[in-house]
Design a protein around this ligand. Structure first.
Ligand SMILES: [Cu+2]
Length: 232
């Protein structure tokens, strides 16, 4: 009698266990397939989004930079969701922090490096304000944390005793995109629209007529190297 009572319950238990095991198996299989598809998608999008932008730095305002020619290279490499920024620059004022940025037009139109004709007040210097007309306004800072978009910081690269610096920074592209959209409203972050500029000469090298921005001394903001960003 005892066995007869237990048997149906035991059967039921086996049935319930059996069902739950099967559904677990199915769930796992679905997860495996989803995960595989996700990995495939990631791999595909990484392939598509690999882009390289390169630019050669040319010299500006040599007459206030002790006759030095600023030269170097800017490389922007997009790999998946990362942007790798590399700048090698030389011919700069030694032992000095040098501001460097991507400059652009608010309306997203093309930019170029300014030439001597940009010196509207004929004081022999193309200052930061005069440079704006062709190169645009200060947009993405190349310092310790480009995503924070802060322009006035002390984390820009500093030159060695020979006037060289190497700057290298990897940033999350999505974070940069949303920070940029918040500040400037561009829907697409198109690097080929930018012009790179590196700034700074020694104190006292400029005439008083050289203008500046954001209460920063003109010798800190005067452009000395420029490079139009081009997609490779
Ligand atoms: Cu700049």
């Amino acid at each position: 009698m005892k066995d007869m009572k237990i048997a149906p319950r035991f059967l039921l238990l086996i049935l319930v266990l059996g069902f739950s095991l099967t559904s677990c198996k199915d769930n796992n299989r679905t997860l495996d397939v989803e995960e595989r598809d996700l990995r495939l998608e990631e791999a595909e999008s990484e392939e598509i989004s690999e882009e390289i932008y390169r630019a050669k730095i040319s010299s500006l305002n040599e007459n206030v930079n002790e006759g030095r020619n600023v030269s170097g290279n800017v490389t922007l490499k997009i790999e998946g969701d990362e942007l790798q920024i590399t700048v090698e620059a030389s011919g700069l004022e030694p032992n000095m922090q040098h501001l460097q940025h991507l400059h652009g037009m608010k309306n997203g139109t093309e930019t170029t490096c300014p030439d001597a004709a940009a010196d509207k007040n004929n004081d022999g210097v193309v200052d930061i304000i005069e440079a704006t007309e062709s190169a645009g306004i200060t947009m993405i800072p190349f310092h310790g944390d480009p995503v924070n978009m802060e322009i006035k910081t002390h984390s820009y690269p500093k030159t060695d005793a020979e006037g060289n610096f190497t700057y290298s920074q990897t940033v999350d592209l999505d974070s940069l995109r949303s920070a940029f959209k918040n500040k400037f409203g561009w829907e697409e972050l198109d690097f080929s629209k930018f012009t790179y500029m590196v700034h700074g000469v020694e104190e006292g090298a400029l005439p008083n007529t050289a203008a500046s921005v954001m209460d920063v001394p003109a010798n800190v903001t005067v452009p000395v190297g420029c490079a139009k960003i081009n997609k490779e």
